[in-house]
Write a protein that binds this ligand. Sequence first.
Ligand SMILES: [Cu+2]
Length: 414
Amino acid sequence: MKILKDKVAKLSFVALLITITAAMFYAPTASAHGEKSQAAFMRMRTIHWFDLNWSKEEVVVNDTMTISGKFFVFSGWPETVDKPDISFLNIGIPGPVFIRAGSWIGGQLVPRSVQLELGETYEFKVLLKARRPGDWHVHTMMNVKGGGPIIGPGKWVTVTGSMSSFTNPITTLTGQTIDLETYNLGNTYFWHAAWYGIGLLWLAYWVRKPLFVPRFLAIEAGKADSLITGTDKKVAMGFGVGVIAIVAMSMASTNESYPITTPLQAGLLRGIKSIEMPVPTVAVKIEDATYRVPGRAMQMTMTITNNGDSAIRLGEFNTAGVRFMDAAVAQDETGYPDDLLAEEGLTVSDNSPIAPGQSRTIQVTASDAAWEVYRLADLIYDPDSRFAGLLFFYDQSGNRQMVTIDAPLIPSFI
Ligand SMILES: [Cu+2]
């Protein structure tokens, strides 16, 4: 009976080990990012990305591409999300399929976190170098401490070539040129294998002995002391001393080989330059906004007042990276991702030019499957159903003005 219990215990232990190991090595390829599952209010009321440009749709391994554009840090930032006091400009991709060779906000290199101000618009650029061939969805992204990664629009980019030719050469501060892709990789493999081996030896020593149930019974019977023999103590001490000796010796030899090391740099960059946006001469008041669930359309009644000196028309409504456009006024010429572009998604009851000094109340409908596909309509189930976005107005000579809107959204199920 005792032997049987022991066998079962050992087998269970081995099975557990196999399960854990399998879980570590099994990592299926993710085909999407879950960008659609990020709460709609997070995408609509935090960072508004616009004027985006992905410089290439196809890149060869080792070649570079840039993603550039602007983002507006929404003034009506939700109370439930920490303010972007510590933010990091990032790119949302499935793992290191590109490396980020550099990123800039307002022309300043930002390898660190930055402090962003609500209500400001910033210009940014990220330089990427292709590493792994495949079709990848490349998103803009802002990591906000206390707010999580806030994902921006994504576009499919194809990387061609072969990953084995990828190099990432850099010159260290001591003048040595190394390839970060393969630098000291042998060392990494060696230490992983070495510690794994030592761990297995340690396990093997103890697994030979009676395991859980017999040990439990021995302890219950008050014979706990008999479970650890003199040899056990010696072996354990040997392992302890050995491990400390290996760490001390390898640390000494590392210090000797690399006398100069600097820690990874961290810290916060303040005073990042934002774009001086002209004060809009268009005033927009949202009278009401409803979302019609069956029609996948949002309808807004808004009063637009033109305080400027040239006539203007509404050309675009942009929210969560989805662009609803009135093709008669504005078209996209940047190759914006199709699924996020509703070229004729904006219907305006009267979109004739609004003359200077004039005020007009209009019905604006933004309709596209993107409301459902991108799950923005989930907003209506929030306890604070508000939407927000950017409106772009154009005058006859093509000048653009940006106005932000922020209002409650009432759903309609009929
Ligand atoms: Cu994606």
